[in-house]
Write a protein of this length. Structure first.
Lengths: 331, 549
């Protein structure tokens, strides 16, 4: 399947570039200093650009999607979250979407069967898989903070301890590594095993999965199998954090594979569907308040408009209206 | 039976044996390789040239959807792309919803048209991809570098045929948006694409003819003022004959307290007229000081299905007329898309309506502060308040011949959030009410399959497929609770659900909520009532003589 093989090959090539570059060409400086800086700058600039680009576009109408009872008569229960009428209602609505995937939790499946009939069932797998995927990645990113600061921040320390709760390998095994890899596998299998998912998926859906798989995979290899010098890694990261352009000390090529794939992710991020990370905070159907009859929403580009007025109407139908004994403005 | 409607056995065979291009020949194909097939029963006729001309839309001509040459204007690609770019600038929603889909597939099996046709391009995600694929070809540089990677394509005639087919196989019902983790609303995309398609003269007569009528005569059906009055008066006569009560609606009367606006289907169409009779009985019962306008004689707004400007133009008549008549506020009848427009667009498009007052019920004194800005109240809110304050004398036994279920109309549900009021009213006016399965009601309600202006006769086969999920849910309560009455608060439902029920669930009739209110109201000075508003016999109200025997 071309749309799976193409992104897979792309990630494989991307992984080989730094390996060859460091192992055989000695391009440590390029992969350890130049590319990380460039990727970070482009990521931040790109992300900000995309957010500003969305925010500067007007929201002419109030288009809240109401998934619960509106605020109406006093004695009718108002569903504050699904039909928000105050800013904090909408804030809870959006945050519960971001943090808990509220809408996916509602998911069910419908299948057409002979009869004809429709059979509905509960399906929480996407919700669970998605939640595990996003939360493990977040924890992994946060606990990487220990590489970026001389004094390891408190939250990173605690996350680290929690994450290595099952103290079964040396160094201690991280639960999130296993969870992230399982979730990526699940999301991939889901795309290829279901006919509907297969057909809606594009190369751009597989690419980030493979890329993240590559990043986590390289990280896992580095930590548990082909171990690299952690102190040298931390030194290099601290140098980058202090905007130093000094060349890096010798670190294994596997580290550069990991770092380079992260840089590719940062570059790809602002120009791809991964921007849903920012978009979810702006979705008008969810961020807006269902108070459009109570408070007038203003459309910034509204222009005066000519309509067919009552007097034009009366002019056209005056005789008929007179016969029907309808009151008239002009006799 | 219509020639556009296949026999049920044939349609079922088609649905079961060819439920999905996801199987068989198409199993290995990509969606953009699948053919677009216009055939009898699955599309609406295009607008007549004179109608397009009257409205000032583009490219009036005589053409047929099945023609090879659609007679598109010179430079149609540029017109469409410019139209898209302009709207992407004006609407954050459109830009955001084209950009942020992750194709998680949660929406895939949520669309009634997908469930009824099995056609993958009716999955909301792919419906939007029809446009996204063109949009992606228009913008991100990633595509220029990695051709074939981002799934983009050029706007060809074949793509245009796809747009025309699938954006008129979306009823803007927003069910998919409920399940989308990003809140992506396919209705927004459909609204924009239909607006863009107007620019090159691709449209549908079932929408544009009512729009032209509404602009000229005040209502979709094109009823001129004297006929409008006559028709309401014939309903007044029917009411008197049935109940012995004379109701006295007034028209275009200055100084009335309230302007009442309802879809014109309630004045002219069966079974809408019975709902109209219910309204008039209710207003008589409480002595409401109201008037009906022949100029603003349409609650619905098919302009909503053509372009934002047209929607605004038609909607503007409501405030214009309310101001001229000097009423205090506006009361609106039962309708779906009318209420999406009134609730979410009206004050933004044509407000502020400072010449009106914050609505207060003259009977109960209740302030409708939720309608403070728009100054328009939904009849179900109004009636629920009356009943809650014990202002109505009701005999729910008069609806004992009806075993009811309630169909939430898409727009009222997901574009307004009104779920409880109609249920409260329904429970007070009848004794037998049963909900359909939980994932087919309230915010998860299924469309009738004919919303957003595609309820044309020639589209019948598609309507029966799209309406199948709704019909199937009705069938469940019909089997379990012997439900025989489907109650709605939408005029398109009242027009489109009867054929759907006749096709899938014979024996189930369609009612407006206020028809049942009208049945149950015990009017002052009424005669012995043994028949309901549509002259069907009530249960337990036989002639007294029978009881004596």
């Amino acid at each position: 399947m071309k749309k799976i093989m193409l992104p897979f090959a792309m990630v494989a090539v991307l992984a080989l570039i730094p390996f060859a570059g460091v192992q055989y060409a000695g391009l440590d400086y390029l992969f350890g200093v130049v590319i990380p800086y460039a990727a970070a700058v482009l990521f931040i600039a790109g992300f900000v650009y995309r957010m500003v680009d969305w925010l500067r576009r007007p929201v002419p109408y109030n288009i809240t999607s109401t998934c619960g009872q509106e605020k109406s008569l006093d004695w009718i229960h108002h569903d504050k979250i699904e039909s928000p009428s105050k800013p904090w209602h909408a804030a809870v609505r959006v945050l519960s979407e971001v943090l808990l995937f509220r809408s996916l939790f509602r998911n069910n499946k419908a299948e057409f069967s002979k009869g004809p009939d429709l059979v509905y069932g509960s399906t929480k797998w996407l919700w669970l898989g998605g939640l595990v995927f996003h939360w493990s990645l977040l924890v992994i990113v946060l606990r990487h903070a220990r590489f970026f600061f001389i004094m390891v921040p408190g939250f990173a320390e605690s996350l680290d301890q929690l994450d290595s709760f099952f103290d079964i390998t040396l160094p201690a095994f991280y639960v999130t590594d296993a969870l992230a890899l399982s979730a990526i596998t699940f999301l991939f299998v889901r795309r290829v095993s279901d006919a509907k998912m297969r057909i809606i998926s594009l190369p751009t859906d597989y690419f980030p999965l493979f890329l993240l798989g590559g990043i986590v995979g390289a990280g896992v290899l580095m930590r548990y199998i082909a171990k690299v010098d952690v102190m040298a890694v931390k030194d290099q990261m601290l140098r980058l954090m202090s905007f130093s352009f000094d060349p890096p000390a010798e670190i294994g090529a596997l580290f550069y594979v990991h770092l380079f794939l992260v840089c590719m992710l940062l570059l790809y991020f602002p120009f791809s569907k991964l921007m849903h990370m920012g978009a979810i905070f702006l979705s008008p159907t969810r961020t807006m308040l269902n108070n459009s009859r109570e408070k007038m929403h203003v459309n910034v580009w509204r222009q005066p408009m000519k309509i067919r007025t009552y007097s034009e109407y009366e002019d056209d139908y005056r005789e008929k209206m007179k016969k029907a004994k309808l009151p008239l403005e002009k006799e | 039976m219509s020639k556009y409607l296949p026999k049920q056995a044939d349609l079922i065979r088609e649905m079961e044996e060819k439920p999905s291009p996801l199987k068989g020949d198409h199993a290995k194909q990509e969606w953009w390789e699948m053919p677009v097939e216009f055939r009898e029963g699955n599309f609406c006729f295009p607008a007549k040239p004179e109608v397009i001309e009257e409205l000032g839309f583009a490219n009036p001509r005589k053409w047929a959807v099945t023609d090879d040459d659609w007679q598109l204007p010179e430079g149609w690609q540029k017109t469409l792309m410019d139209g898209m770019r302009e709207r992407i600038k004006k609407y954050r929603s459109l830009k955001l919803y084209l950009d942020s889909c992750v194709r998680c597939g949660a929406c895939a099996d949520k669309c009634h048209f997908f469930l009824g046709t099995g056609d993958p391009k009716n999955m909301p995600v792919l419906r939007a991809e029809l446009v996204r694929s063109v949009y992606r070809g228009d913008f991100p540089m990633v595509e220029k570098i990695l051709k074939g990677f981002a799934g983009s394509r050029k706007l060809t005639k074949e793509v245009l045929r796809e747009w025309y087919m699938y954006f008129y196989q979306c009823t803007e019902c927003r069910r998919c948006s409920v399940f989308c983790p990003m809140g992506i609303d396919t209705a927004e995309i459909t609204i924009m694409v239909r607006e863009i398609l107007q620019l090159v003269g691709l449209n549908n007569n079932w929408i544009l003819a009512p729009v032209a009528n509404c602009n000229r005569t005040g209502n979709h059906l094109g009823i001129e003022p004297h006929t409008f009055v006559q028709n309401v008066e014939s309903l007044v006569d029917d009411i008197e004959e049935l109940t012995g009560v004379a109701v006295n609606p007034t028209f275009n009367r200055k100084g009335a307290e309230i302007l009442f606006i309802t879809p014109s289907g309630d004045v002219f169409g069966d079974p809408g007229v019975y709902t109209m009779m219910g309204y008039m009985l209710l207003f008589e019962h409480i002595g409401l000081d109201y008037t009906i306008s022949t100029y603003a004689s349409e609650g619905g707004n098919f302009g909503f299905f053509t372009s934002n400007d047209m929607m605004r133009k038609l909607n503007a008549k409501m405030y214009h007329e309310a101001e001229r008549l000097g009423v205090k506020w506006i009361l609106g009848g039962e309708c779906g898309h009318m209420w999406r427009v009134v609730h979410q667009y009206m004050s933004t498009m044509n407000g502020p309506a400072n010449f009106l007052e914050e609505p207060v019920s003259p009977i109960t004194g209740t302030k409708f502060s939720n309608a403070k800005a728009t100054k328009m109240v939904h009849i179900a809110e109004f009636t629920a308040d009356l009943i809650h304050n014990s202002k109505l004398k009701l005999d729910p036994k008069r609806n004992d011949h009806l075993r009811t279920t309630f169909h939430d109309s898409c727009n009222v549900a997901r574009g307004m959030g009104m779920f409880e009021e109609p249920r409260y009213v329904l429970n007070k006016v009848c004794n037998s009410f049963h909900e359909m399965p939980e994932n087919t009601i309230r915010e998860q309600t299924f469309c009738c399959g004919s919303g957003s202006g595609i309820n044309a006769e020639e589209n019948m086969a598609m309507r029966m497929k799209g309406g199948f999920p709704r019909a199937n849910a009705v069938q469940k309560v019909k089997e379990k609770h012997q439900v025989n009455s489907l109650v709605t608060i939408c005029a398109i439902d009242r027009a489109s659900l009867p054929p759907l029920m006749r096709y899938w669930n014979p024996g189930v009739s369609v009612y407006g909520l206020h028809e049942l209110v009208g049945n149950a109201l015990v009017m002052q000075g009424e005669k012995m009532r043994t028949e309901d508003l549509r002259e069907d016999p009530m249960t337990g109200f036989d002639d007294k003589e029978d009881d004596v025997d």
